[in-house]
Design a protein around this ligand. Structure first.
Ligand SMILES: [Zn+2]
Length: 334
């Protein structure tokens, strides 16, 4: 990438830049001994060429270009070169913070915000900051895993609390509504591995949130594309139907080959207990723990086990069909 051509700044731009300097000061990105000022959306950051060059070949090349012997007044600020960048100031702030603070702030055991993940993906590629890009992809994969086992662990804890945290240490601070943002990031950066779990998470959102989208701390709103919104709704309807059928089918597991007490279990089968189950299991990937509550007085252990294994099989088959259910086959192979 070539260094952006020096741009003459107008007086009102200079005023904005002075006002926005506080953003850099607050973020700890206005270093008095810095030797370059990067300006993104009229927000200046006073940083060190050596710090940026150490992390990024692109910055290294950019700073090694020969400079004219004398710079015009408009290309200087605080007496040092000032370069206009085409990035958003929020993205640039995230990347600069990561470069300066490194793993103390951005290590795998630290939860990162979603705007930081977005910045890592966007600028990680652009400036050759491979570590940051890969860290963002791995955190997204851990948050929206491709295996049912890992996803179920999240369902049990984090998703129900609307906070997704990976126990292995790759973490993102986000609510389940932020799955909308995750889908858009996956689309923009071709991270198709997270799509099934992210679409499933979206399909559990209230319709109002699904349609209106989510706002980040800076007021930027993310919505699904009309195509993805349609996918999500159609998938949600399919899953609701599969769920209802699966709950109904559980009664056929009672009094089968594993049954140890057919009279008692057949009595239980006569009651209409499916509605209760439907409510408590909640969704296709709801925990099977409610099935254990009928052990003892109501059902024999053999029948409880038969129902649990039928439920586990249903969950596995449903998980394996998510690409079809959300019409994602073209997204993952194209
Ligand atoms: Zn039984």
């Amino acid at each position: 990438m070539n260094q952006p051509p020096p741009k003459k700044r107008k007086a009102d731009e200079n005023n904005n830049i002075k006002e926005n300097r506080m953003r850099a000061v607050q973020a700890g990105l206005w270093h008095d001994d810095g030797n370059i000022i990067l300006i993104a959306e009229d927000t200046p950051f006073k940083v060190h060429k050596s710090m940026l060059s150490k992390k990024s070949e692109i910055f290294r090349d950019m700073f090694s270009l020969p400079q004219p012997a004398t710079l015009d007044e408009s290309e200087l600020m605080d007496g040092i070169p000032a370069v206009s960048m085409s990035d958003s100031w929020i993205d640039l702030r995230c990347i600069l913070l990561a470069i300066y603070d490194g793993y103390q702030t951005f290590g795998t055991s630290v939860a990162l915000s979603l705007p930081t993940i977005s910045a890592f993906l966007r600028l990680g590629t652009k400036y050759g900051l491979t570590d940051f890009y890969e860290s963002a992809v791995s955190r997204l994969n851990a948050t929206f895993p491709s295996t049912l086992d890992l996803f179920m662990k999240k369902m049990d804890t984090a998703l129900q609390e609307c906070r997704v945290i990976d126990k292995l240490g790759t973490t993102i601070i986000m609510t389940s509504a932020d799955a909308i943002v995750a889908i858009n990031l996956a689309r923009a950066h071709n991270i198709s591995s997270i799509l099934p779990a992210a679409f499933y998470t979206c399909s559990r959102l209230p319709p109002k949130i699904l349609v209106e989208g989510v706002k980040d701390a800076d007021g930027n709103r993310s919505v699904l594309s009309p195509e993805d919104l349609a996918r999500c709704w159609a998938g949600q309807q399919t899953l609701d139907r599969l769920y209802a059928v699966a709950i109904q089918s559980l009664r056929f597991e009672i009094g089968g080959r594993l049954c140890e007490s057919s009279d008692r279990c057949f009595d239980f089968k006569g009651y209409d207990t499916q509605e209760d189950l439907y409510k408590h299991m909640g969704c296709c990937f709801g925990s099977a723990s409610h099935l254990d509550m009928d052990i003892g007085d109501d059902l024999c252990l053999g029948c409880v086990k038969a129902r649990a294994s039928a439920w586990t099989l249903f969950q596995k088959e449903t998980w394996d069909s998510l690409l079809d259910i959300f019409d994602l086959k073209d997204s993952t192979h194209g």
